[in-house]
Design a protein around this ligand. Sequence first.
Ligand SMILES: Nc1nc2c(ncn2[C@@H]2O[C@H](COP(=O)(O)OP(=O)(O)OP(=O)(O)O)[C@@H](O)[C@H]2O)c(=O)[nH]1
Ligand SMILES: [Mg+2]
Length: 650
Amino acid sequence: MSEVAGSGYKLNKKVKLAVGKAKSSKNDFKSEDRRRKPRETEIEGPSMNYKNDDAVSPKEKVGGKRSSGSGVKDRRRHLGREGYKGKVDEKLQPQQASLDWKRKRIYADRDASKEGVLHNDIVPSRGSLSRGGPGVKDRRRHLGQEGYKGKIDEKLQLRQASLDWKRKGIRADQDVNDVVSSRKPLSWEGQYLHKNDFAKEKRNTKRESREVEISNGGDSSTTRRKFHKDRVIDGRLKSRSVQLPKDSDSFDVKDSSGGTENRKRSYRVLDSKLQTKGKFEYRQVSTNLDEGVNGLHKKHTKSISNSTENVNQRQNRHQALDKTTKKIMRDRKDLDNESLETNRPRKKRKLGIRIDPHDISNKRLDDGFSVNESIVKTKADPEEETELSKNAQFRAIQPSPSILSFVEDNLLGRRRLIELRRAGYNIELSTPLDNAPFSTSSERERIEESIFRNKLTYFAAAKVSSSFPPAELPEIAFAGRSNVGKSSLLNSLTRQWGVVRTSDKPGHTQTINFFNLGTKLCLVDLPGYGFAYAKEEVKDAWEDLVKEYVSTRVGLKRVCLLIDTKWGMKPRDHELINLMERSQTKYQIVLTKTDTVFPLDVARRAMQIEENLTANKSIVQPVMMVSSKTGAGIQSLRTVLAKVARFVKV
Ligand SMILES: Nc1nc2c(ncn2[C@@H]2O[C@H](COP(=O)(O)OP(=O)(O)OP(=O)(O)O)[C@@H](O)[C@H]2O)c(=O)[nH]1
Ligand SMILES: [Mg+2]
């Protein structure tokens, strides 16, 4: 048959070459036979027997394009139809399989057996490839088909077992053999298989089982085992076992695994009965793969016998298992901890004798112990000392009762919403403490100071002093460090969000922006100074511009110098204050972002500034405290600023 098949194939190939299909392979006719009827010269007999394809050279068989390789589906479909009963060509199979694996991105130059290639016809699905071996589904599907009597590669067993162990938490770097052998015997108790392999069947089907007596070829021992009619149930090593033929009571299986070449086993069906799903049970199975099938069956025989000696042995084994399992777990834990620790930067241990820096008793000093140098350094570091003392100084500030009551009345500082609600404020509003939900005209009408009810309109911007607009209205300017909240305060005062643009990025306002508030007042938004996302020279230019504006502007009636409550005054603020003092420009300190600190700290900051600037002449007291976010203190600031406009002669 093989010769005929070979010549037929060669003929076929020649024909294909003539019509331009030069690179067809043996597998092409496989795919082609789906389209046309198979010719007798190509396929003979009921099965696609690889062994009988000797006439087709292995090169031709596996060569050609990747797509021409015998596909998984092809073989599976074929097996489903005809029943695979043949022996596999040992030499050809790995090549063929490696091609399949190659198609699934596993390189042919690797050891195919290590990749989980079966020397039989269990072909892993695409999904199972990612795990490096045939998936449960494949095996199940395969076993569900009739007539599987092939050999299973020992290495695959190991690989599969290792994968299973991996799934059960064994590390990849552990030697599977070590783990497996150290864990023998393993009691599955139905846990793993129950959940993953058989759960579906268990739920849905009533299973027919048979009791089978197995006689091992080499020795005279026999084993009784229960098989399901269509599947061997003894766990994950089921692929090593056989599938019972439906109708015959006894059959033989050749088995070369476990180190015994082609040993014959006889299976004789003893009993047949229906077993319901409730009685489904799993067996204790040896996982010592080194012992092979023989070992497995021997262990199994033991498990069936009821002798007390065996029971004792089993108990001992269980104890041993428990110990080894515990040890493995302990080792793994240690390893994990170790790896964690290697990732973590190790704490530096201080070497030498620790000395209490405050203990200056003669004994130790006389004994010659040197005091830790770093401690001496920190003690001597004056900058750090002043830094610390600054903070301490701030904590020591006792705010005046008037400031404290102002803070409390205006609910300044960080407050809980419940507190605001209890005080009668509507916390649904965007700035609850100013009762201002949105920038609508009706909202503006509720502002007590009529001047701030006017519409805020932008009318000029200046980058240099020459482009300042003529001073027709009294001006109130808002100065301060970048990001302190100048632009936000303008919006908040007028309840017109969006007219003045704000950003959380320092340095957003880069020109002097003039806004008319009706025909009464002009509000001026100044660029900030200090840290900003801009070049130094640009920032210097802004600062110069601001200084020029506050010191020379004619219509300027007041400068609101904004200070972040959290950070307090900085040297540049003092610089500007000095300048305004010199130019006799009226200025008022406004603490912003009061919602970011505790009420007491707001009061302390106000007190601190007041005390620092008491000697200044151009300052307008009191220090105002606001939050554009909550609206706290905004109304008070309006009242103060409205007076400026009222008393100004235009
Ligand atoms: N929590 C809180 N954040 C505020 C307050 N006022 C302003 N901000 C935020 O602070 C950031 C800066 O606000 P701006 O109004 O743009 O500050 P600016 O002083 O104009 O900044 P420049 O234009 O860069 O000088 C924005 O993200 C505001 O949302 C406030 O009272 N409380
Ligand atoms: Mg701004």
